[in-house]
Every structure is written in structure tokens, then in C-alpha cells.
Ligand binder design. Structure first.
Ligand SMILES: [Zn+2]
Length: 317
């Protein structure tokens, strides 16, 4: 699964190439990739053809492009439609010139109006078909703030993303709101970090990394968490994702807007995830003998250092 920094890489890359351009035609090469569009392929293409891409917006791992329909006067925020891109396990959005041969797993092609020096096609490529594209309605945001990270943020959000909390990279993320939700639930800290209704965009890798940086155990009970601990874990999540984003920044200049869940440049900076059996870097610096341990948790694995992230006595998950 792509993690939040990778989806943000895609958002920034796409925004640079598609904002303000009109979709001139749509080729659906595999209808399975638009199965989430309930009204079918013709309706999907009909919605997109002659629509102009206004922006590329992301909240958590949800990514969408608000559209202006041809001949329709400017609409109030929260009343329009958007093209939603669900990347799934292996979905990629690629900008390509027409002479570039079709990719083996090309599913949908959007041709865009000509723009100086910019590639003409936006291609959705997906090897495993868990991802897909669909057209969805925009709704006003519950808090009146921007829907998510965008080039020109508006107080509207794709209907499918309306229920999820803001992510730690969102400038409108509210720590007070997050802390109130944490305190009101009787759950374990990692479970809460993975709950999109409490905080969005944190997957298994970044949950482990944020907990390691904050020196907190995944089973720590959230209702006993002090404000300073909660603040530390949010700051840690923001830092580790910002670092990953900075490391992946080189791909912004590429035409090849790529999502790959196991990109090497993101893995380099990890301190806990995937380091089972290796010395904890913080412990090693302090002359301690902590070794990263892997445990099963929520059908996934959790990576912790038993020395600097001790299991709480009152922990539960
Ligand atoms: Zn340690």
C-alpha cells in the first residue's frame, strides 16, 4: 500500500501537470478499473469529457481532482464533482506523451488539452486492479475548513473522504480535536493512530516509526495518555512523514509520477519498521542493548524497542 508521503508525492506531481487543463477524451481499456463508478463506463467518460481539472486535493490517502463542467457556471464550493483516484496496492498515475507505447497494465487513458511542453496523456496503470477511478460528488467540509492539501484549497471534500479526520501534514490539523478523541476512547495507541476517524493517513509503517520516535508502546491506553505524550506522537508522525517526503522529493521533477509502496528511498530513513533483530539506533547511541522486536498486532506486525518503548502495565489493545 502506498503510504501518505507517497500519495503526497503523486498529488504534487499531478498538480503541476494537470491543473487548468481540459480532458478531451477518455479511453477505458479495462472496465474493472472503474467498477466503483456505479453508473458504468459511458457515464464515467461522459462526466469527464470536456471537464476542466481545477486542482488536485489530498486528505489522508484519499486523492481527488475537482472538475469544472463545460458550459456550467462556477459553482459554490461543495456542490461540484471530482475525479477520485484510488491507488490500491499498485495503482500509478503517469503523465505520458502520445508516442510512448501503452504500459502493459494500462487501464484508463485521459487525453488532455495541449499545454506548452507538457505531456498530453494522464494514464492510470494498475497491475493488481485493487485501485480504480470514479467520479464522485463534492460536499461542504464539516468544519468549514479546506477539504485537504491542495494548490488552491476550498471548503469542500469528496464524499468518500468526508468522514475521515485531517492528517498530520494538513496545516488545518487540530491537535485539540485529536487529543479529545484519544481521551474519549478506551483503546490502544497504535489502534487509535490507524483509526482514520481519529487521525488519517498513518499506515502501519509510519505508526511504528512515530511510536518509536515518541518512545511510546503501541498498547499504551489512550485514555491515560498525557497531553505531552499525545503531542509528541503527533509531532513524531509529522516529522517522519515530512522526512520521507523530503527524501522522495527528487521524483517531483519526473514526468513519471510514480507510486510504489516499497520505494527504497523511503525505507532508508526508517528506525523501527522492518528492522527486526537489529540494534535500536537510539539505544546504541546511549550504550544500551535494545534490539528491535517484531510482534503480531491487528493482523499486521508491530516493531518496537523493548528497552526504550517498554510495554505499559495497564496496556491494552
Ligand atoms: Zn531502544
Amino acid at each position: 500500500m502506498p503510504e501518505l508521503p507517497e500519495v503526497e508525492v503523486v498529488r504534487r506531481g499531478l498538480a503541476r501537470w494537470v491543473r487548468g487543463r481540459t480532458i478531451t477524451s477518455v479511453d477505458i481499456l479495462d472496465p474493472r478499473s472503474i467498477r466503483r463508478h456505479a453508473l458504468g463506463p459511458e457515464d464515467f467518460a461522459g462526466n469527464l469529457e470536456h471537464a476542466t481539472v481545477l486542482d488536485v486535493v489530498r486528505r489522508g490517502k484519499f486523492l481527488w481532482m475537482p472538475l469544472a463542467m463545460e458550459g456550467t457556471p462556477a459553482h459554490e464550493p461543495g456542490t461540484g464533482v471530482a475525479l477520485m483516484a484510488h491507488l490500491g496496492m499498485s495503482g500509478q498515475l503517469l503523465m505520458q506523451d502520445p508516442h510512448v507505447p501503452d504500459e502493459k497494465h494500462l487501464k484508463v487513458r485521459l487525453r488532455l488539452s495541449e499545454a506548452d511542453g507538457m505531456p498530453e496523456q494522464l494514464r492510470f496503470v494498475d497491475q493488481r486492479i485493487f485501485g480504480g477511478l470514479f467520479v464522485t460528488s463534492l460536499v461542504p467540509t464539516a468544519d468549514g475548513g479546506p477539504g485537504g492539501l491542495a494548490e488552491a484549497p476550498l471548503p469542500e471534500i469528496a464524499g468518500e473522504a468526508a468522514h475521515i479526520a485531517r492528517d498530520p501534514l494538513d496545516p488545518h490539523f487540530s491537535f485539540e480535536d485529536f487529543y479529545r478523541k484519544l481521551k474519549s476512547r478506551r483503546t490502544g495507541l497504535k489502534r487509535a493512530l490507524l483509526d482514520q476517524g481519529i487521525i488519517s493517513g498513518i499506515g502501519n509503517i509510519y505508526a511504528d516509526e512515530a511510536l518509536w520516535r515518541a518512545r511510546l508502546h503501541y498498547a499504551r491506553a489512550t485514555d491515560t495518555l498525557r497531553r505531552a505524550d499525545a503531542l509528541r506522537v503527533v509531532e513524531a508522525a509529522r516529522e517522519v512523514m515530512s522526512d520521507a517526503l523530503a527524501a522522495g522529493g527528487t521524483s517531483f521533477d519526473s514526468l513519471y509520477v510514480n507510486v510504489n509502496g516499497d520505494s527504497g528511498y523511503f525505507a532508508r530513513s526508517l528506525d523501527a519498521y522492518g528492522r527486526t533483530g537489529q540494534p535500536c539506533r537510539r539505544c546504541a547511541e546511549a550504550g544500551l542493548a535494545g534490539v528491535i522486536k517484531r510482534e503480531q498486532f491487528m493482523n499486521r506486525s508491530s516493531h518496537t524497542c523493548p528497552v526504550c518503548q517498554p510495554r505499559p502495565r495497564n496496556g491494552r489493545w
